[in-house]
Design a protein around this ligand. Structure first.
Ligand code: CP
Length: 327
């Protein structure tokens, strides 16, 4: 594994290795070993062409907890706003000695270009590209599900679990990343969305598809339900409308107290954030004891520590031993 661009590239053993390494990283953080020396002297560049709160801050936190130097680059306020290309930006980062580049970009495929165009020698990590992929989000979701519903044991996967993902699949890189990763880890995924918010390509994805949330909850009895953000900004920029209307969407696809009561008692609720409270999820559901949404954010730091560690050290065989040595 030289880069992390898509969950579709991960084998079962690579995905499990990342989850196992994440468990080790989370254990060091739980022991209040805040800083590990593992990446001392390395430089991680966070290259964000699109807005982010969780992903950008957690990559920065993860790199610093591994003792790396961090350069935060935001397109706003940089020479990108003067028209500088991705190639020239990449060559500038190479000249400054970047050891890893984390990139979020509005264009699907931009991380792939950065990784394979020959502009950089460093590992590239996709922090979300257009509507395509968000692999570290899917990994933190899988880790959260594994921790709650399976165990932190080395080698554990998600075999046999039933996961329902609900909402704006059309614009969701989180949904694409999760469908591939959860399938690789042995879970059964059902997507629920209005027909207008499903891509044509969904027919080729390794999952079931439904238009009816109540019926799906009753029939599937999911172990976990993941609510997707309705991405109104991508709808208006594409010149499209939002159909069904927001009120109708909430009535048919929103997770509220009534729907929460139909879930099995052990089922957990996930959302990648940021949430549209009152649209795809009610405050009652988001703040309920079943919700693991805040925990997803904490687990995001451990996942990103694991990914940076594995890509920058390349020492996969001892991944579960090295990271726990405190600075
Ligand atoms: N989940 C997620 O990617 O959130 P941010 O856009 O805040 O990074």
């Amino acid at each position: 594994m030289k880069h992390l661009l898509s969950t579709a590239d991960l084998s079962h053993s690579e995905a499990v290795l990342i989850l196992d390494t994440t468990a080790q990283m989370a254990a060091t953080q739980a022991r209040e070993v805040k800083k590990l020396p593992t990446l001392r002297g390395r430089t991680v560049v966070n290259l964000f062409f699109e807005d982010s709160t969780r992903t950008r801050i957690s990559f920065e936190t993860a790199a610093k907890r591994l003792s790396a130097d961090v350069i935060n680059f935001s397109a706003k306020g940089s020479s990108v706003s003067k028209g500088e290309s991705l190639k020239d930006t990449a060559l500038t980062l190479k000249a400054m000695g970047a050891d890893a580049v984390v990139i979020r970009h509005q264009a699907s495929g931009a991380p792939y270009t950065l990784a394979h165009a020959g502009w950089l020698d460093a590992p590239v990590i996709n922090a979300g590209d257009g509507t395509h992929q968000h692999p570290t989000q899917a990994l933190l979701d899988a880790f959260t599900i594994r921790r709650h519903l399976v165990s932190d044991s080395v080698g554990a996967d998600l075999r046999g679990l039933k996961i329902v993902i609900v909402g704006d699949v059309l614009h969701s890189r989180v949904a694409r990343a999760n469908v591939h990763l959860l399938h690789t880890l042995g879970a059964h995924v059902t997507l629920v969305a209005p027909p207008t918010l499903l891509p044509v390509s969904v027919e080729t994805w390794p999952c079931d598809v439904s238009y009816h949330l109540d019926q799906t909850i009753d029939e599937v009895q999911p172990d976990a339900i993941m609510m997707l953000r309705v991405q109104r900004e991508r709808m208006s920029s594409a010149g499209g409308g939002f159909f069904p209307s927001p009120l109708e969407y909430t009535r048919l696809y929103g997770l509220d107290g009534r729907r929460m009561d139909r879930l099995p008692p052990h089922a957990i609720i996930l959302h990648p954030g940021p949430m549209n409270r009152g649209l795809e999820i009610s405050a009652e559901a988001a703040d309920s004891p079943r919700s693991v949404i805040v925990e997803q954010v904490s687990n995001g730091v451990a996942v990103r520590m694991a990914v940076l560690y594995l890509l920058l050290t390349g020492d996969h065989s001892e991944a579960t031993q090295h990271p726990s040595t405190p600075a």
